[in-house]
Design a protein around this ligand. Structure first.
Ligand code: OAD
Ligand code: ZN
Length: 249
């Protein structure tokens, strides 16, 4: 990590009243949640690229297989706890230092909330929830019979699917609009652990930059966002976020 960059990023955070944070899979890597991309690799499950199994088309073609993939992910998540990166964000948000501290995540793991963060904008939904294909009823998957795949909606009896945004689907309009507003209003935008490849989440740091915010990227690798960042902190989120956000006593 470039110490000067950390020092100047800390100074930008110290001055800010409004902070916007966009996180991706990398913030949960140290919790044991596999990332989709990074280190020159791309995630494959049962021989299928994740883009194929995590697609709107697969919900139509083979919903039980989509459930197998999500049951596998939920099982992995049951062993994962928030790490110091999630904790540093939740602590900064709760500290009262900032007028606004908005966290938007592409992750479906719920770990920001588990670390104590409030009002997290879950741009891609939540893997622990199911949604009815017909009436839209939502429920925690753990509250449905485990053997029933696809699960049956307790309200209308139709099939249910994981309550996440898949490739080929739109994000919830309210969620992305709230995230855009917070990005446009912030003075510092932290971009943590995302390859910045997936639209429209990857536009949010550009919205912040266009409004004059400092854009601080936290990632061990370069991304397409790096040339547009004012600070690039290279390393693990669980180490950098506490160093960036914890105030000297
Ligand atoms: P990716 O898996 O594409 O990118 C993870 C990023 O985290 C990479 O750039 C890594 O270099 C970085 N990384 C790895 N370890 C890290 C650490 N300890 N600290 C900080 N960064 C680290 O994840 P996303 O950008 O979140 O969408 O992927 C975006 C979307 O693509 C996901 O939400 C998912 C996927 O398809 C849907 O499922 C709709
Ligand atoms: Zn229903």
């Amino acid at each position: 990590m470039d110490q000067n960059d950390l020092t100047s990023a800390r100074a930008a955070v110290e001055r800010a009243c409004r902070v916007f944070v966009l996180t991706g899979a990398g913030i949960s890597a140290e919790s044991g949640v596999p990332t989709f991309r990074g280190g020159g690799r791309s995630l494959v499950w049962r021989g299928m690229p994740f883009e194929q199994i995590s697609s709107a088309r697969m919900v139509n073609d083979d919903l039980p297989l989509v459930w197998e993939w999500f049951d596998h992910r939920i099982e992995t998540l049951s062993h994962c706890k928030p790490n110091p990166g999630h904790a540093a964000l939740a602590e900064a948000q709760g500290s009262g230092r900032f007028d606004e501290f908005t966290i938007a995540t592409q992750n479906v793991d719920g770990l920001h909330a588990e670390a104590g963060a409030r009002d997290v904008i879950e741009l891609h939904g939540n893997a622990r929830r199911a949604r009815c294909l017909d009436c839209g009823f939502r429920i925690l998957t753990a509250d449905l019979p485990a053997g029933e795949r696809p699960p049956v909606c307790p309200v209308c009896g139709s099939a249910m699917r994981p309550d996440v945004v898949l490739f080929g689907e739109m994000l919830d309009a309210g969620s992305i609009a709230s995230a855009r507003d917070a990005a446009a209003m912030c003075e510092v935008c932290l971009v943590v652990g995302t390859s910045a490849l997936v639209y429209p989440a990857n536009e949010l740091p550009h919205v912040a930059a266009a409004a004059g915010a400092a854009v601080v990227e936290i990632n061990p690798e370069d991304t397409p966002l790096t040339p547009f960042s004012t600070h690039a902190l290279r390393g693990a989120a669980g180490e950098i976020l506490p160093a960036l956000l914890t105030r000297a006593a």
